[in-house]
Design a protein around this ligand. Structure first.
Ligand code: SAJ
Length: 444
């Protein structure tokens, strides 16, 4: 099939779409194309997950408005079916790849194990005329240096002649998967301008926002840059918070005043930066720059390390408060509220809470955990904190924002509360007699 025929089949929605990897990104995009009327074949390696999805059951626990109903609708209509059998991909005219691309936390090098496996499988079954689009976030240069050679080698096909290739990074986030998919603009980075055009005609079926055509390496840079930008902005807010703690200023009040200045947007300081995007994408960007010789980037790695240090700062605040009441860390039982990386989500990937909990346990504390969205840590929050020596709030779940600190205090052995997300008003905590610390609260 030539590219014109492919474009026609996409416009008529007679093209079959394969989606490899049904995580947060893949499942949402598979549902949206199925909803648009395409025949969508999902490829997932976990059999239990395949069964759940084919039964119209959402394997994601967090709040994802509309996704469960949409999944049921498209599976019942037969537009979406899921399998573990990669050979089924030979039916696909378009293959979207949405597999994880983590970064090894020690070496800071991309781990492309899942991507390479997907490429090997796809290359072994794709037919001429297929369009392959990488949605996963990848280091700039990966399309040219890894993806294209791998597909050509395993398929024996020639890019731009026998098959077509592009990168279209996603801009979703847990809690807003369907909304972001529909409302966020996307970059269509084709191996050739013609391929970018075909990509745009595909995504036009599910994206109401702008589709920006460009080359694949620019597309790789867009995604990693936008997330490195956010990480650096958060790190700046965290550094200002740490300064506020020292000079006796409330960073939240400071932020309100600073952000009145035009083009200022001091981000939210907090207990750390988690998730599947922000902690890793800056390293993907740095990895590409480091591979080209010359002076390595410094601001981006420094920001990453500052943000990664915030859970440790939370532990230091716990130690300070325990010392104030004369309780040693070895004798302390600490309740950590929030295990997910983001409010009202079940996503625990790279959660700052994991880092904090490991450290507290290493220095001798007993730790109990609560999170209303994470299966292992659900339950009545007042029962979890009953009798503990300190509460540490790590996530702004709505449930915690609704708590009345006055009702919590009698449950505690010591009235210690360490607030990593400014869930509680420090003045109120002071009036109630808490021994408290709050990120960026310098008036202690
Ligand atoms: N965080 C802060 N301070 C802030 C913002 C976030 O400490 O001012 C923390 C959060 O608590 C969380 C982490 O950073 O632990 C990441 O939060 P996030 O709001 O960036 O949420 P993510 O990780 O889901 O980021 C995604 C990204 N989207 C994509 O990669 C497609 C990011 O580029 C978006 O800006 C973000 O969603 C969004 O808010 O839309």
């Amino acid at each position: 099939m030539n590219i014109e025929t492919l474009q026609k089949n996409i416009e008529l929605k007679t093209a079959t779409i394969g989606v490899v990897g049904l995580g947060y990104v893949g499942l949402a995009v598979a549902c949206k194309f199925a909803e648009a009327g395409f025949a969508v074949l999902g490829l997932e390696r976990i059999p239990e997950k395949v069964q759940m999805i084919n039964d119209g059951i959402l394997p994601i626990r967090g709040q994802e408005p509309g996704l469960e109903a949409l999944l049921l609708q498209v599976t019942q209509r037969g537009n979406l079916s899921v399998t573990t059998d990669l050979s089924q991909l030979e039916r696909a005219d378009v293959v979207l790849v949405a597999v994880e691309t983590p970064v090894d936390l020690d070496s800071k090098v991309p781990n492309y194990e899942a991507l390479n496996a997907a490429l090997a499988s796809i290359g072994s079954v794709i037919k001429p005329g297929t369009l392959v689009i990488i949605e996963s976030t990848i280091a700039p240069g990966t399309m040219r240096g890894i993806v294209c050679p791998a597909l050509e080698k395993t398929s024996g096909l020639k890019v731009d002649h026998d098959f077509f290739l592009g990168h279209c990074p996603e801009r979703v986030m847990p809690g807003r998967l369907l909304r972001n998919l529909a409302e966020m603009s996307r970059v269509c980075g084709g191996n050739t301008p013609e391929t970018s055009q075909v990509m745009a005609s595909l995504y036009r079926h599910i994206v109401q926002a702008e589709l920006d055509l460009t080359d694949s390496v620019t597309a790789e840079m867009v995604k990693t840059t936008e997330n490195a930008y956010r990480d650096v902005q958060i790190a700046f807010a965290n550094e200002i918070a740490l300064i506020c703690e020292k000079v006796g200023v409330d960073v939240w009040h400071l932020r309100d005043l600073v952000n009145k200045s035009p083009d200022r947007n001091l981000h939210l300081p907090g207990a750390g930066v988690g998730g599947h995007c922000i902690p890793k994408d800056p390293w993907l960007l740095v990895h590409s720059a480091n591979g080209t010789g010359g002076t390595p980037p410094s601001l981006i790695p420094t920001a990453r390390l500052l943000n990664d240090g915030m859970p440790r700062h939370m532990a230091d605040l716990v130690l300070e408060a325990l010392a104030e009441v004369g309780c040693s860390i070895q004798d302390a039982k600490i309740a950590v509220l929030g295990y997910a990386y983001l409010e009202n989500s079940d996503d625990t990937r790279n959660s700052p809470s994991q880092t904090l909990i490991s450290h507290l346990q290493t220095i001798g504390a007993e730790v109990v955990i609560h999170d209303p969205y994470v299966a292992d840590f659900q339950g009545e929050v007042t029962e979890v904190i009953r009798g503990v020596d300190a509460i540490v709030v790590m996530v702004r779940h709505s449930l915690y924002q609704a708590l009345d600190p006055a009702s919590l205090k009698p449950l505690l052995n010591y009235p210690i509360l360490i607030d990593g997300r400014r869930v509680f008003d420090p003045e109120t905590l002071a009036q109630l007699g808490f021994v408290f610390r709050s990120i960026g609260w310098g008036k202690a």
